[in-house]
Design a protein around this ligand. Structure first.
Ligand SMILES: [Zn+2]
Length: 393
């Protein structure tokens, strides 16, 4: 049954704002847009709302939500990881699941309809799918010891086979400093074999650069302390992005963070910026978003986890992006939060166009705005006023 939705304005993310625009939704999809000539059986009058595509949270770890407020930025990134591991291990299944539900509710209330989540425990996959996001669930994979590479890859393949029918799966080699060169190759091969997307944390800190370029620093100590280092590992001696390029594993890679990327920027084509996590860590060196957008690199937005954020409210991410990126417009930040997220994740969402999924959010507006793109950035807005996922609201 077709549904007509009337709006005050549509921010389609693929053209100029359409004032008094209308949409026709059928079978969970947008089937027509203003000017609408299709008849609809039902009409939803949102003529006092700005409507736009739902946000795509392009990087999160819902399974870590229960760690909220348990961690603080440590002296080194390696010591933050060292603090995180025992706290994460100590979480009960019940606490973890409760956290996942709370995190998902917070994301939805703030307009997130699309999600890329890193999942470390395959037992959580089905529960996360059931949350109802349009999602890619990346199997987070760690293993720096070369001798374990084959066995780890076999485990990943078994998970891909077991869950591929219910979940849209991707593979996330955790980071250049936590995955052996051999495991990188195996995971790249698996991604090709199963047609999966790849994502990784890349060039997040100067400690990672020190590790990959020089083979030293706090991350080496962390791996050694945990008996996870590989004494036969050869220092790549190049930047993290060039290191992945040298192994030919960057094809279609969704690179998260990239705070320490510079003249090697062209090696990556899809990037996720996590504004509040970046701020939480007090990073002074951040992803060169303006330069990347100008170079045609798609930059999406992500919340990262509650281990490095104080909420998963996506509207707060927009506002932090605005604060951290004075040379990027509101219109561009909204494109990063919607269309670029959908495109890098190969999801049929993130813009309003015929054939795209009816994942739509709305903001009630009291008076006309000077610039429609400013509305979601209003600090008084804590949640969206309308939420539709897959045509259901
Ligand atoms: Zn992350």
């Amino acid at each position: 049954m077709a549904l007509k939705i009337k709006s005050r304005v549509l921010l389609t993310q693929c053209g100029e704002p359409i004032e008094n625009g209308e949409l026709i939704i059928e079978g969970g999809e947008i089937v027509a847009m203003s000017p609408v000539e299709v008849e609809a059986e039902e009409t939803l009058d949102l003529s006092d709302h700005l409507l736009m595509p739902g946000f795509v949270n392009a990087h999160s770890h819902l399974g870590l939500t229960a760690l909220g407020k348990k961690l603080s930025p440590a002296k080194t990134f390696a010591s933050w990881i060292g603090d995180l591991i025992p706290l994460n291990t100590a979480l009960s299944d019940e606490e973890r699941m409760k956290g996942i539900r709370i995190g998902a509710d917070e994301m939805k209330a703030s307009g997130v309809t699309g999600l890329a989540d890193y999942v470390a425990d395959p037992a959580l996959l089905e529960s996360i799918v059931d949350l109802g996001f349009r999602s890619v669930l990346f199997l987070e994979t760690i293993g720096f010891q070369e001798e374990r590479a084959e066995a780890v890859a076999e485990e990943v393949e078994a998970i891909l086979k077991a869950h591929a029918s219910n979940c849209n799966l991707g593979i996330a080699p955790h980071a250049p400093y936590s995955v052996s060169p051999k495991l990188w190759q195996h995971l790249d091969q698996l991604a090709k074999k199963y047609g999966c997307l790849l994502s990784t944390h890349l060039a997040e800190t100067d400690e990672e650069v020190q590790f990959i370029e020089k083979g030293g620093g706090p991350l080496v100590d962390l791996l050694k302390d945990r008996q996870a280092f590989d004494m036969n590992w050869r220092v790549p001696g190049m930047t993290p992005a060039r290191y992945l390029k040298s192994m030919d594993v960057l094809n279609g890679m969704i690179a998260v963070h990239c705070n320490y990327i510079d003249d090697d920027m062209d090696e990556v084509q899809a990037v996720v910026f996590c504004p509040k996590s970046t701020h939480w860590f007090g990073r002074t060196h951040i992803l060169p978003v303006r330069k990347m957008l100008d170079a045609g690199i798609q930059v999406a937005l992500g919340t990262d986890s509650m281990a490095s954020n104080d909420s998963l409210n996506f509207l707060e991410e927009l506002r932090m992006a605005d604060k951290l990126l004075p040379d990027v417009s509101h219109k561009e930040i909204l494109t990063m939060a919607t269309r670029f997220g959908g495109e890098i994740l190969h999801l049929p969402c993130g813009k309003m166009e015929s054939g795209y999924k009816a994942d739509i959010i709305g903001f009630k507006i009291a008076s006309p705005s000077e610039d429609w793109y400013d509305i979601p950035f209003d600090p008084k807005r804590k949640k969206v006023d309308f939420y539709m996922a897959d045509g259901k609201f």
